[in-house]
Design a binder for this molecule. Structure first.
Ligand code: SF4
Length: 458
């Protein structure tokens, strides 16, 4: 792991220093999870929808070649220019090339986790292009010069006061103002001018339909539409897994996406783009960036079914209490911890361990990805490939020796209980990660096994 990036456990420790704030973060995300529960329970066919979505995505992953070719062909027939990028660098160069060709040095952008994954904003800014994020949450984190902490709710780690202070500094709102309506109106006015003066707009893609060559972008703010409709050039960027076979499949995914993400029955704007309007250029950049490799990993290919709803983050006890930035990856939380090691095992070896493996993520996932199983499998791969720290490896080996020998296990338990009673400082010290935030429990007089044997005899 790079020395400049803090490991998840260390970053979480920093995040956890402010306990009331962590409790607030935890409760806020749990509130979103509860909204998802309520909304999904209103649909008797919810489980059938999940099953259908998972099945469609399974088909997609087995027929990517033909679906992508069909999409390209239809999109071209519609007058859209299609580009292919093998990796993040190629993606960024394609976008830069298009802007340079049209002598454009300012662009608006709606939410696109792919561009976060490719670090596109930094790249374009280094090349003299100003990029303005127009999703409110994205604009907030952009003004703070930090990445989003959640794929659907990018500024969920911030309180109203933080945003009031930020807008006072950058947008000139009244000092101390925290009224959400007032602050949103200020952002609206600030962004309006950007929409009206930018000649290029970049959007993400939620679903690309192979049979029509069209694509759908879902937002709650209408910012993708504002940007794309006003600009001379609309660039839409998508990971290749965003493809779905038919228009009729959209109903399945759109119903699942909004309910899983925020508990809404439908996202406010689900905009269908098919061809450029007269005088406009429309481009689609289809990106691989490690997806082919993940597709080839039998145990992990299902992670490409993800529709980026964020439900697995909202439910994850580790995410809720460690915050999105602790994951040092564009996509945080359980799904990010499966996707990240595929991109860089050395840098992201800590992430599959940022989980209790409770399985809540898999239970809420609208496309039924076996998230916690994959996290467990990544741990095995990382250990086998030598990406696990020596201390952890030694600990795991020691545990497996103890657990494999019942007598040794009993003896170790007795020794442990004696040490905890006679010399509590041996375990209650800062070398023990557990002790950093809680006392060790009182050791029992006897083990469960001893109790069981005694009572059974009786
Ligand atoms: S893995 Fe599932 S729950 Fe998590 S973001 Fe993707 S689709 Fe949503």
């Amino acid at each position: 792991m790079s020395k400049t990036v803090m490991e998840h456990a260390d970053a979480s420790e920093v995040f956890n220093r402010d306990e009331p704030y962590v409790n607030w973060h935890d409760e806020t995300l749990w509130f979103v999870r509860q909204k998802r529960d309520k909304s999904s329970k209103q649909l008797p066919e919810w489980e059938q929808l999940r099953e259908a979505a998972s099945g469609i995505k399974h088909y997609v992953l087995s027929h990517l070649d033909e679906l992508l070719i069909s999409f390209e062909q239809k999109a071209k027939e519609n007058g859209v220019q299609v580009h292919w990028a093998a990796n993040a660098a190629e993606h960024n160069e394609i976008v830069l090339g298009l802007l340079k060709k049209h002598k454009i040095d300012k662009m608006v952008k709606s939410k696109s986790m792919l561009t976060e994954e490719c670090h596109m904003n930094e790249f374009l800014q280094k090349n003299g292009i100003e990029v303005i994020d127009t999703d409110l949450g994205e604009r907030i984190v952009q003004l703070r010069n930090e990445p989003p902490s959640h794929i659907v709710l990018p500024a969920i780690h911030l309180k109203k006061k933080d945003i009031g202070d930020l807008f006072h500094e950058h947008l000139g709102t009244e000092a101390g103002a925290t009224d959400p309506q007032y602050l949103t109106e200020a952002a609206r006015q600030h962004l309006r001018d950007k929409f009206l003066t930018r000649r290029a707009a970049l959007t993400g893609v939620n679903f690309a339909v192979a049979e029509t060559g069209s694509f759908v972008v879902s937002t709650n703010e209408g910012n993708a539409d504002m940007g794309a409709h006003l600009a001379d050039i609309h660039i839409a960027c998508m990971g290749f897994e965003k493809i779905i076979p038919k228009q009729e499949h959209l109903g399945v995914f759109l119903r699942l996406l909004a309910r899983s993400a925020t508990g809404q029955p439908i996202t406010t704007y689900s905009s269908h783009f098919k061809k450029p309007r007269e005088g406009q250029e429309m481009h689609i950049v289809i990106v691989d960036n490690g997806r082919s490799t993940q597709l080839g990993r039998k145990d992990f290919r299902n992670s490409l079914k993800c529709i980026r709803c964020g439900a697995c983050m909202n439910t994850c006890p580790v995410y809720r209490r460690s915050g999105g930035h602790s994951y040092h990856n564009a996509v945080a939380g359980p799904i990010g911890s499966i996707l990240a090691p595929n991109l860089d095992m050395t840098k992201n070896a800590d992430l599959p361990f940022a989980s209790t493996l409770c399985g809540s993520c898999s239970n809420v996932c609208p496309v039924k990805i076996d998230i916690h199983d994959q996290l467990y499998k990544w741990r095995q791969v990382l250990a086998k490939e030598g990406h696990v720290p020596k201390s952890k490896e030694i600990g795991i080996r020691a545990m497996s020796t103890v657990l494999a020998a019942p007598r040794f296990y009993q003896w170790s338990g007795r020794l442990g209980r004696t040490v905890m009673r006679a010399m509590p400082f041996m375990v209650n010290n800062t070398l023990n990660p557990w002790y950093k935030q809680r006392d060790m429990p009182e050791p029992p007089e006897e083990s469960f096994r001893d109790w069981y044997v005694r009572n059974r005899k009786n």
